[in-house]
Design a protein around this ligand. Structure first.
Ligand code: C2E
Ligand code: CA
Ligand code: CA
Ligand code: CA
Length: 275
């Protein structure tokens, strides 16, 4: 894909770790930024491959730093996890996401990312429930996206948390499917309601036969397990066509829309446009 201005601002090489001092400076800025309203929710649509209709939105966090400008979550989320700040930030994202979704006239679901540290907290389900009650969002409209790293440290604890969350009626999606070490055993152990195939397998699916084989077999596996699949990072029509033909029901990616601020998705959530 062509690099746009947004790409240049957001791209960050995770292998190039920030110096420790830089990290703690960012952590301090972050703590201050939460209270100062520097964080903002962006929403990226998810679409049905058959009809093109919008089926829901994933919430992606953005940080408008007063001097650094827009800082990518790929940069600040790992710092928030290391410092434990993700608890505060994660609670804030969850509450604001539910509050926002509760105002939509079209009752589309909202998907919120949950960090490993949040999921490892046995009180997390109770806090989620409190947010649902407080905001009035029906549990059926909330989807929580978790990754393998969120469950490997303490599988029994994670299973307990996930079961409790599901008992409220919300859904659990497995994010970044295929990037972990044991994605397959995760499917066996945990009752996921959705699998999100990682962008790494989706981009180039129409040209790379290895990616195509991995995506195809994931779709067959998921279908025999009765788990719906969403493919992430769909940028071009050829990828969408491949996925639709292979039986993938949902996609998310720049092809249908980039993550956008709440004002920009108003039409879709308030019924002015059907797709
Ligand atoms: P993720 O959960 O896998 O989110 C998908 C990422 O892919 C997002 O990057 C999104 O903007 C990007 N993306 C979507 N479609 C396309 C596409 O067609 N092409 C390309 N090149 N990229 C696409 P983003 O917004 O920079 O977020 C990066 C990661 O930061 C997320 O990956 C997630 O792991 C984390 N993150 C973002 N917001 C939150 C949050 O509120 N809480 C937590 N715990 N993590 C978050
Ligand atoms: Ca996600
Ligand atoms: Ca993902
Ligand atoms: Ca990811």
């Amino acid at each position: 894909a062509k690099a746009t201005t947004l790409d240049r601002i957001c791209v960050y090489d995770p292998s190039m770790d920030l110096a420790a001092r830089e990290r703690s400076a960012l952590a301090m800025d972050m703590r201050h930024g939460i209270g100062a309203g520097e964080f903002e929710l962006y929403f990226q649509q998810q679409n049905d491959t058959q009809t093109g209709r919008t089926t829901g939105f994933e919430v992606l966090l953005r940080w408008n730093h007063p001097t650094r400008g827009l800082v990518s979550p790929a940069e600040f989320i790992p710092i928030a996890e290391k410092t434990g700040l993700i608890r505060e930030l994660g609670d804030w994202v969850l509450r604001e996401s539910c509050r926002e979704a509760a105002t939509w006239r079209v009752p589309l679901p909202v998907a919120v990312n949950v960090a490993p540290l949040q999921l490892g907290d046995q009180d997390f389900p109770k806090r989620v429930l409190a947010v649902l009650v407080e905001t009035g969002l029906p549990a059926s409209r909330l989807e929580l996206e978790i990754t393998e790293t969120g469950i490997i440290a303490d599988q029994q604890g994670a299973l307990k948390v996930i079961r409790e969350l599901k008992s409220y009626g919300l859904r659990i999606a497995m994010d970044d499917y295929g990037t972990g070490y044991s994605s397959l055993s995760m499917l066996q152990l945990f009752p996921f309601d959705k699998i999100k195939i990682d962008r790494g397998f989706v981009s180039g699916v129409s040209t790379n036969r290895h990616s195509a084989a991995i995506v195809r077999s994931t779709l067959i596996l998921a279908s025999s397990l009765d788990i719906p699949v969403l493919a992430e990072g769909v940028e071009v029509e050829a990828e969408l066509d491949f996925l639709r033909l292979a039986g993938c029901a949902q996609v998310q990616g720049y092809y249908y829309g980039r993550p956008m601020p709440r004002a920009a998705i108003e039409d879709k959530v308030n019924g002015a446009a059907a797709s």
